[in-house]
Design a protein around this ligand. Structure first.
Ligand code: CP3
Length: 348
């Protein structure tokens, strides 16, 4: 019997693979540049100032809740914030994205990285988490997040974003002990960062391993899996954890083995195939192509319908994009998507 408990938010019930009256939905990067109000705040403040000022981070976190009708909030912060207190000189440049001025690439440079204590080193994030939770009460759950060790390592070593990850893989292949030493440090940082957000009130956490799909299954097993496993193992088990990567069709089994209650997939694999391969003892998040939100409303709706059909009304589906919402996305198209997810999943 599908007994539906009404007082627990539907996003949390879906995370626990319990039946819900409709499919919950949120968007990666929902608190960002596609929102007019965000762009206007950014004319006054730098990105890092927004992240480091709890009142502003709170305001930005809440923007998509009011505008879009999504079922979860995600704290306005960035996966790269913990790198600064580790001793990294981080800058967000206009157009180029993040730049790291002192990328660690040798053993001694890795040794120099500090393992942070998130509560002391990133107090503004925890303050923002507490303040958002006060505003949202128990109505809408807040997602805390962190980059995964591999994705963080790739930004560190490349000195910013990358395409082919040559420097990252060179270190991994040429000096495995140094690689594992770096990954152990980053794992400790990620654990501290996520558990601090959970203590501050995050109801769910997401681990962004955005670029893990760039690895072969064997390399993932050797160089990433044990570290991600350690992260999931060390998380406060009270809250559900989402494990996300892009281009991960080849490493789904390994991602599941690493951990997470929900696996986040992108559009390069059909959701039904991904879920079947993962097994129905985990939830699934995804997986609309963000570019689909640039199409007319009827097409957005039919693509939403196809994904809901692939999920087959099984409990444990969280609707999302397969990656972050594109800055050029019209706000009304996102509203069309959210409304379609709610309406079409209710009818099923
Ligand atoms: O999802 C949300 O709305 C919450 C906030 C959030 C941001 N970054 C804010 C942000 C989240 C969850 C992230 C995660 C993040 N950050 C990831 C993982 C997800 C992914 O996209 O793969 C990564 C790799 C980063 C690192 C990062 N931060 C890059 C590469 C960039 C530049 C490119 C870009 O998208 O602008 C950022 C900047 C950033 N992080 C912005 C925002 C709103 C844009 C800053 C601006 O206003 O110019």
């Amino acid at each position: 019997m599908n007994r539906i408990v009404k007082d627990i938010p539907i996003f949390l019930r879906a995370c626990q693979r319990e039946p819900t009256e409709y499919t919950p939905v949120w968007l990666m990067r929902q608190a960002g540049r596609f929102l007019k109000e965000y762009r206007s705040l950014r004319r006054q403040y730098s990105f890092l100032t927004l992240c480091k000022t709890p009142e502003l981070a709170t305001k930005v976190t809440l923007l998509p809740i009011e505008r879009l009708g999504v079922d979860a909030a995600i704290i306005f912060a960035d996966i790269l914030l913990p790198l600064e207190p580790m001793g990294i000189d981080l800058e967000f440049t206009k157009g180029e994205g993040p730049v790291i001025h002192n990328p660690p690439r040798s053993r001694s440079e890795v040794e120099g990285l500090r393992i942070i204590e998130a509560e002391e080193d990133l107090p503004f994030v925890m303050e923002a988490v507490r303040s958002v939770c006060r505003e949202l009460k128990e109505r809408i759950p807040l997602i805390g997040f962190s980059g995964a060790p591999f994705t963080l390592a790739s930004y560190l070593i490349e000195g910013g974003g990358a395409k082919d990850f040559v420097r990252t893989k060179s270190l991994m292949y040429q000096d495995p002990p140094c690689w594992h030493f770096l990954m152990e440090k980053l794992s400790a940082v990620v654990i501290s960062y996520l558990n601090a957000q959970i203590r501050a009130g995050a109801a769910v956490v997401q681990l962004f391993d955005s670029w893990a799909g760039t690895l072969s299954p064997r390399d993932y097993e050797e160089f990433v899996l044990p570290h991600n496993q350690r992260v999931f193992y060390a998380l406060s088990s009270k809250v559900p954890a989402i494990h996300f990567a892009t281009g991960a069709a080849g490493i789904l089994g390994q991602m599941k083995a690493a951990g997470g209650d929900i696996i986040g997939v992108d559009w390069r694999i059909d959701l039904d195939e991904a879920w079947q391969r993962l097994g129905y003892d985990v939830g699934i998040q995804g997986n609309l192509d963000p570019a689909a939100l640039l199409s007319p409303p009827e097409q957005i709706e039919s693509r939403v319908a196809a994904i809901l059909h692939a999920a087959g009304s099984r409990p444990g589906h969280i609707f999302n994009l397969g990656h972050g919402v594109l800055p050029q996305t019209p706000e009304e198209n996102v509203i069309t998507m959210v409304e379609a997810v709610h309406r079409l999943s209710r009818d099923r």
